[in-house]
Design a binder for this molecule. Structure first.
Ligand SMILES: [Zn+2]
Length: 114
């Protein structure tokens, strides 16, 4: 397990934690979200729920900023294939650590990234 020092209170905390358990200071990209408007914080649990309930329509892809993939889900939604793929996405998102999730989806906005 990788540990980092909380910048607020210097407590050693798991690198995957989003907030410090002692002082509740936001860690990693979340700490920058108020400072840097290019970093968009996405809610991992919400993304999972979108995948489960509306995965067939690609809602979770739109939510995570992958508009092209979302459109593909939407176009093929009548085949029900995207619904199944959406459940797979849900499991993958659920298993992803909060740190990896942020690294993957909460980066600076790149308009060519789909
Ligand atoms: Zn702290």
């Amino acid at each position: 397990m990788q540990e980092i020092d909380c910048p607020q209170c210097s407590l050693k905390i798991d690198i995957n934690l989003v907030t410090c358990p002692q002082c509740h200071a936001a860690q990693g990209l979340e700490a920058l979200s108020g400072v840097d408007p290019d970093i968009r914080i996405k809610n991992q649990k919400l993304a999972v729920w979108f995948s489960v309930l509306f995965g067939g329509l690609g809602l979770h892809k739109f939510y995570l900023g992958q508009h092209l993939k979302g459109s593909l889900y939407l176009v093929f939604s009548w085949t029900l294939v995207p619904m199944v793929v959406g459940w797979v996405d849900a499991v993958r998102t659920l298993k992803m650590s909060p740190f990896n999730f942020q690294q993957r989806y909460c980066r600076k906005v790149n308009h060519y990234y789909v």
